[in-house]
Design a protein around this ligand. Structure first.
Ligand SMILES: Nc1nc2c(c(=O)[nH]1)N[C@H]1C(S)=C(S)[C@@H](COP(=O)(O)OP(=O)(O)OC[C@H]3O[C@@H](n4cnc5c(N)ncnc54)[C@H](O)[C@@H]3O)O[C@H]1N2
Ligand code: MOO
Length: 392
């Protein structure tokens, strides 16, 4: 049995960035990172734009101007202005080439075909310059930029509809067990509702991993081998839940051996999640998580998360760990380090009741895991503890 830090190091050392590109429609590329520099096909703005509703003028030494026309947003025509002439203009409209400043209408007095501006204004006043944000052929966004809503808006404003992004991994979730019934069906004796697959799927969606395939297999050795082979062949990362302990019907370990998945570790000194397995077959990483739902999710956040971040070439591989003050106490049973479910709020953390690895009720209320090292038998009220903030 290895320690938590040894297990984390092994996961870190055996991950790899998935350096593959895929083309995405810009509006569907939120959360993805650009695979290469994106060059702008146009100047932005594409013409000298008025930043105000008002009057575009061809400056001269006087404050009076003669009004010679109008340009609305979207108008494509050009009006020639001589010195001392002005046109009515609106925000977003193309400023005529021969106009060299815009005065906002609040500072203009009109008198028929003449206007008087309140004061002298500098050249290019209230005019957004051509290519102010980016020039045609210039770098619009650099490789690696994460596509936020603003970045999506910006790319679309340049007329870009598709971008190459770093491909996200194909992920398999395999659930095992004869006792599992799909929620929505009647529950018969001895059965439980299958919840791990959709719980892990929700955790993946939350982290913006969408290429996920779900597999389910009963406790049958041949079927387990066949299902796991397909999951491993077709995916970059496989998460199996259940069937990894020592029971007569726990077939996952032997199936992974038959499939020649290299075992990198099996069993970690921790609670929950002792029977955690991590291995690799070629470039596919395989995690066999305990079937107990809270143990599976805890292992997801502490270990699988690292592999996922690595595949995405991210720098911060682990979830953030911060210090917090415990606002209640907890007595640890046994000598395994423990991840406890809790509620973190503004520097304080409450350790919840019901820490059993089969219990999701407590996890459902939590936003943090509190790490209790092996050598700490008890957390007292006011103790400083280490808290892992969950991405929820
Ligand atoms: N003799 C021993 N027995 C057990 C040990 C041990 O060291 N010696 N370890 C215990 C620990 S700790 C854990 S954790 C579990 C892990 O067992 P498995 O990973 O083999 O999981 P299962 O036995 O298949 O299931 C455990 C539990 O979780 C429920 N489950 C499974 N899959 C799902 C699912 N998809 N959705 C909802 N619930 C699921 C399952 O019904 C069981 O109740 O082993 C201990 N035993
Ligand atoms: O390791 Mo198990 O997940 O403690 O219950």
């Amino acid at each position: 049995m290895i320690t938590i830090s040894e297990a984390i190091t092994i996961v870190k050392n055996n991950g790899h960035p998935l350096q593959q590109a895929t083309l995405k429609k810009v509006e569907k590329a939120g959360g993805y990172q650009l695979f290469e520099d994106i060059l702008s096909p146009i100047n932005m703005p594409p013409f000298r734009q008025s930043a105000m509703d008002g009057y575009a003028v061809h400056l001269h030494d006087d404050l009076d101007y003669e009004l010679v026309g109008e340009v609305k947003a979207g108008d494509g025509h050009t009006i020639e202005l001589n010195k001392g002439e002005a046109v009515r203009i609106f925000t977003g409209a193309a400023v005529p080439d021969t106009a060299n400043a815009v005065m906002m209408q609040e500072k203009v007095e009109t008198n028929g075909q003449n206007i008087t501006i309140a004061n002298q204004i500098p050249l290019e006043h209230n005019i957004r310059p051509l290519g102010e944000q980016v020039n045609s052929g210039g770098i619009a966004l650099k490789k690696g930029t994460k596509l936020t809503p603003a970045a999506i808006g910006y790319l679309l404003s340049l007329g870009i509809t598709e971008v190459p992004v770093f491909k996200k991994p194909n992920i398999a979730i395999v659930t095992t067990g004869n006792e599992l019934i799909a929620p929505g069906q009647p529950l018969s004796p001895g059965k439980i509702y299958e919840s791990n697959s959709k719980m892990l799927l929700a955790a993946l969606y939350n982290l913006k991993f969408y290429d996920v395939t779900l597999y389910n297999v009963e406790d049958d050795y041949g079927k387990t081998v066949k299902t796991l082979k397909k999951a491993i062949d077709d995916n970059d990362l496989v998460m199996i839940t259940g069937g990894i302990s020592v029971g007569d019907y726990d077939f996952v370990g032997t199936a992974l051996k038959e499939l020649k998945v290299d075992e990198l570790f099996y069993k970690v000194k921790q609670k929950p999640g002792k029977p955690l397995f991590f291995g690799k077959k070629d470039d596919t990483q395989v995690f066999a998580l305990p079937g107990n739902p809270a143990a599976a999710l805890s292992c997801f956040y502490v270990y699988v998360y690292i592999a996922l971040q690595h595949l995405m070439s991210r720098e911060d591989l682990e979830l953030p760990r911060i210090k917090a003050k415990a606002i209640n106490s907890f007595e640890k049973k046994g000598d395994r380090p423990q991840f406890l479910k809790g509620i973190y709020n503004n520097g304080n953390v409450e350790i919840l009741d019901g820490q059993n690895s089969s219990m999701l009720q407590t996890f459902a209320l939590s936003n943090a895991l509190i790490f209790v090292p092996a050598e700490v038998p008890k957390i007292n009220n006011n103790d400083t503890v280490e808290v892992i903030q969950l991405p929820i």
